[in-house]
Design a protein around this ligand. Structure first.
Ligand code: SAJ
Length: 452
């Protein structure tokens, strides 16, 4: 039996649900509600499959034909969704995909899971959200529940999504219901999945919150209602800004420890023994991925619109963004110690993805380090079991195999992403000069290791 964290008071003195709400709640309870997911990426597809698995008939909507075709053929392109699970949902006619947002008309609920990137000037880019919502407006009808899941700034659902939907003439909380629930998907995390990650939910009205909670309770173990969509939007930004700021602290501690000649990794390991009041974060070559480097900018952009100056959050972003340049300088200094100019030196990057054991290179700091080295005239090469090729300053580099000869032929080896698959004993044995930005060699003793 799914359970709901103690609902906030606003759900207690519930006024009588409007007719549309009563009918929709009944359909959700019976699982006869026709549910839809807009955006079949690493968030939307697992969500869709979880709902199909719990007996709902799911329609996935995506702009990309290849994704739609793949889903309808039962072939998964998302790491966390097994093709077998997809195939069984499709065969049981509980999952189908389409490119057409006209399908919205036949649906009772819609979860919007589209990207919310940054523009080049680091301002929020809501174009995907707005496009989806405008298409939904055309097909919206009484009795529908619409939930935005994409990470965004506080106020988006209320100030951007709601006005577009109400252009239809329908009224929120009476004819249709609108809520926000932040996605918390952690790709490749086998422990925490869509089903067991608590789901925070905030509606525009109490009825909206109530119905959105009811939907998630059908297939997610813990549902956490909050008092508004703004609060729910802010929850996700706090979660990820918390990481960005603490990673920046770890990075600044690394630079400080380096100036003292102290091993920052040893300091963190020892600090971790404190059983309370401390949570370890680790330094690295910078901040990558499509969440942590992006989400704080959604928060600071909106805060500044409201006249706030989130200086700590912005400074953290600055520190994290500086790390790749610091790595380039550390390599230049280490080569200099051996009377080798950076220009013309041969440097091998081990790992180019944004974090270990993934194939995702989005915003990867490793790429920024290689770009910086290339810019100063070094010859750069890379090994990465998950990546075939990258582009560095306009030049395509292909991944090369990690061998003793390769290591011996390099002036410097920089461990930028600590994939488990690397043979670190080979690196220690044959690498002439090593910069370990991830403490990947913590198990090895070698006096001349350059640690971050
Ligand atoms: N990083 C550090 N030091 C750390 C932790 C991370 O330098 O101590 C770097 C990573 O190398 C990477 C970047 O920060 O380049 C982001 O790493 P991350 O561990 O935060 O991983 P992400 O980007 O996959 O973050 C996601 C987020 N999930 C969602 O937004 C739903 C985040 O909230 C999760 O906490 C995180 O996964 C997770 O814990 O895996």
């Amino acid at each position: 039996m799914e359970h709901r964290v103690e609902a906030v008071s606003m759900l207690r003195n519930q006024t009588e649900s409007p007719e549309a709400a009563r009918e929709l709640k009944e359909k959700i309870r019976e699982r006869s509600a026709k549910v839809g997911v807009v955006g079949l990426g690493y968030v939307g597809l697992p969500l869709a499959i979880e709902m199909a698995h719990r007996g709902f008939q799911v329609t996935g909507i995506d702009l990309v034909k290849a994704k739609v075709d793949s889903v309808n053929s039962g072939v998964s392109y998302v790491l966390d969704v097994a093709s077998e699970a997809l195939q069984s949902a499709v065969s049981a006619a509980r999952m189908r995909a389409t490119q057409s947002l006209a399908a919205v008309e036949g649906l009772d609920t819609l979860n919007i899971c589209v990207p919310t990137p940054l523009r080049k000037n680091k301002d929020p880019d809501l174009s995907y959200v707005i496009a989806a919502v405008e298409a939904i407006r055309i097909h919206i009808r009484p009795g529908q529940l619409i939930i935005l899941e994409s990470t965004t700034y506080p106020g988006t659902t209320r100030e951007v999504v709601l006005p577009i939907l109400e252009e239809s003439g329908l009224r929120v909380g009476h004819d249709f219901f609108l809520a926000y629930s932040p996605e918390r998907v952690d790709p490749a995390n086998a422990t925490y999945t869509t089903r067991n990650i608590p789901k925070v939910v905030g509606g525009i009205t109490p009825h909206c919150t109530e119905i959105a909670c009811l939907l998630y309770e059908q297939f997610i173990q813990t549902v956490v209602p909050v008092s508004s969509t703004d609060c729910a939007e802010m929850v996700k930004l706090l979660e990820n800004t918390f990481r960005s700021v603490n990673i920046a602290l770890a990075n600044e501690m690394a630079l400080t420890c380096h100036s003292f000649g102290i091993n920052v990794w040893e300091v963190i390991e020892a600090a971790k023994t404190k059983p309370f009041g401390f949570m370890p974060f680790y330094p690295g070559p910078g901040l990558g991925g499509h969440c942590i480097p992006v989400d704080p900018y959604y928060l600071t952009w909106k805060a500044k619109m409201n006249g706030c100056e989130p200086r700590l959050i912005e400074l953290a972003g600055h520190i994290n963004n500086q790390m790749p340049a610091f790595m380039v300088q550390r390599i230049a200094d280490a080569l200099n110690e051996r009377r080798k100019p950076l220009k013309g030196s041969k440097i091998l990057g081990l790992g180019v993805t944004y974090k270990r054991d993934t194939n995702d290179i989005r915003e990867s700091p490793a790429l920024q380090v290689l770009e910086g080295l290339r810019e100063k005239g070094a010859a750069v090469y890379f090994c990465d079991p998950y990546v075939r090729s990258i582009v560095v300053r306009g030049e395509t580099l292909k991944a090369i195999e990690l061998t003793p000869n390769l290591l011996q032929s390099m002036d410097c080896v920089a461990i930028l992403t600590d994939h488990s698959a690397f043979d670190y004993s080979m690196v220690v044995k044959f690498g002439s000069m090593i910069l370990d930005t991830r403490n990947a060699l913590k198990g090895f003793s070698r006096s001349d290791l350059n640690l971050l």
